[in-house]
Design a protein around this ligand. Structure first.
Ligand code: HEM
Ligand SMILES: *[C@@H]1O[C@H](CO)[C@@H](O)[C@H](O)[C@H]1NC(C)=O
Ligand SMILES: *[C@@H]1O[C@H](CO)[C@@H](O)[C@H](O)[C@H]1NC(C)=O
Ligand SMILES: *[C@@H]1O[C@H](CO)[C@@H](O)[C@H](O)[C@H]1NC(C)=O
Ligand SMILES: *[C@@H]1O[C@H](CO)[C@@H](O)[C@H](O)[C@H]1NC(C)=O
Length: 427
């Protein structure tokens, strides 16, 4: 009874900041450490760097370079899956349609180096407005991601930041009139990959937290320099698993300690998955995750004269061959397990600096530690749970995903988990 009363008091604070938390199954509210009464911090997305008003418009929407049987790569042509066989040089010599083409000022680019590079090589439409088919084929043919992994990323992105009917998605700012089934936008904003707490989140490796400038997508050279130092210190100059583990942990701590709106929800575990691409996908089969290779993908260029880094368009390293074997869901789950698990962090958010509110018992994560019996296989199911959970990402009144978006996610990704042994939801 006594415990119940304590929980009631704390839960009022908790639900004030995270109104949806009370409804989550299995939430252990006993570990809350709210020190003061939190206030809701809702920031509007409009009129910020990634908003519709600031989003460039290119009247020319070329679409991805069409499938060419002379240069099939893994042969993915949605809905036809690729072979999963890689080791291809990309772009293949002679495949001019996929040669590097820098973006013009009317082209949209965003927070993902993988997508920006793909658009700069016409694996996605060069204007930055893409769709399900392009995302599926680019991820397989260019990067040799497995069909299942490509599917869950594309589906999650379209459902949260694009349009489930047209399947269109902006890889950067809000381009609702060009992505939505309803160009007037009455059905709601489609914020694109820049949309904060949709897919993008705090603690990015090379992007500033949304709170500080309303720009969560531009490359930040200061963060990049820090990342390079971490590679020297923890990876012997390589952007390998040890570097990512250490730097992700540091980025979490920095956000926790400086960002009053810091939010690191269950979905933020996916950022560890994205970070694993740096050492699992960017090296392909004939490069190392070294400074040359990784800076080329991130568009970081060093100027010897001024001794500074600047940002240039992201591109593929020359003479680059993609991964020999497809990168799959169990592998990425294993990487999240390793990198997060070596340095686990509490899940939750700040209601002001110094006032962290934990949300626990997500996949057994309690107070920022994993149960000792947690396995890599458990993480595959955790990944499924995170992808299909309808947890709005903001510390306040962000509406839930609309039912059609959630139905889209569950129905589309269930096949990717059919053999996982995880309990699946019904769409
Ligand atoms: C449909 C496919 C994809 C979508 C929609 C997507 C979207 C995103 C988004 C929104 C972020 C920002 C997350 C954050 O807040 O830090 C991100 C980060 C990242 N993505 Fe992607 N991504 C996709 C596929 C890929 C692929 C195939 C690669 C690599 C080949 C890749 C590499 C990365 C990396 C390295 C980051 C971390 C950047 C940073 O933290 O500074 N992504 N992605
Ligand atoms: C880049 O990141 C640094 C370190 O977090 C920060 O101090 C700076 O304000 C950021 N710059 C921009 C333009 O966001
Ligand atoms: C390209 O990479 C291959 C190994 O995949 C190597 O044998 C060859 O020398 C490289 N060519 C150039 C021009 O760097
Ligand atoms: C979590 O941490 C809090 C504060 O340090 C502590 O009071 C609580 O007992 C911990 N809970 C568990 C389950 O370890
Ligand atoms: C791990 O241990 C916890 C309690 O310590 C238990 O509830 C859970 O079922 C165990 N999980 C597995 C997969 O054995």
């Amino acid at each position: 009874m006594y415990q119940f009363l304590i929980c009631t008091a704390l839960c009022i604070h908790l639900t004030f900041a995270f109104p949806w938390v009370a409804d989550l199954p299995g939430i252990d509210t006993s570990i809350l450490n709210a020190k003061t009464s939190p206030r809701a911090h809702r920031k509007r997305q409009s009129n910020n760097a990634g908003s519709l008003e600031n989003c460039p418009v290119n009247a020319n929407h070329p679409g991805a370079a069409p499938y060419n049987p002379d240069y099939p790569y893994s042969g993915a042509a949605f809905p036809i899956p690729g072979s999963g066989i890689g080791g291809y040089e990309v772009p293949a010599p002679g495949d001019e349609a996929h040669y590097f083409t820098p973006p013009g000022e009317d082209d949209i680019r965003g927070p993902c180096p993988g997508m920006n590079t793909a658009a700069n090589h016409n694996f996605l439409s060069h204007d930055g407005i893409t769709n399900m088919a392009e995302l599926m084929d680019a991820q397989q043919n260019l990067y040799n991601l497995g069909y299942d992994l490509a599917l869950i990323i594309a589906v999650r992105a379209i459902a949260t930041a694009g349009d489930v009917t047209t399947t269109k998605l902006s890889i950067g700012c809000d381009a609702t009139p060009r992505t939505s089934i309803d160009p007037t936008g009455l059905l709601g904003d489609e914020q694109g990959l820049d949309g904060h707490n949709k897919f993008e989140g705090d603690t990015s490796l090379t992007r500033t937290d949304y709170f500080f400038r309303g720009d969560d997508f531009s490359f930040n050279t200061t963060l990049w320099e820090e990342f390079v130092q971490y590679a020297q210190q923890y990876g012997g100059g390589q952007f390998n698993r040890d570097t990512i583990t250490a730097y992700r942990s540091q980025r979490y701590d920095e956000s926790l300690n400086t960002n009053p709106n810091f939010y690191f929800g269950p979905k933020s575990l996916l950022l560890y998955g994205a970070a694993s691409f740096i050492y699992q996908v960017f090296p392909g089969s004939n490069h190392a995750p070294d400074l040359d290779t990784i800076s080329t993908f991130f568009g970081a260029e060093y100027d010897d004269d001024t001794d500074t880094w600047t940002h240039v368009p992201e591109r593929l390293p020359s003479n680059w061959t993609n991964r020999a074997t497809a990168y799959t869901v169990p592998e990425v789950a294993g990487e999240i397990f390793d990198t997060f698990g070596s340095n686990p962090k509490p899940i939750g958010g700040n209601a002001g600096v110094g006032n962290f509110l934990a949300i626990d018992s997500i996949g057994g994560i309690v107070n920022g530690s994993l149960p000792s019996n947690e396995t890599q296989a458990d993480f595959v199911c955790l990944l499924y749970q995170i992808l299909t959970e309808n947890i709005p990402g903001e510390v306040s009144n962000e509406p839930e995903l609309p039912l059609n978006a959630l139905t889209f996610i569950i129905s589309q990704i269930n096949p990717a988990f059919a053999n996982s042994g995880c309990p699946l939801k019904i769409a």
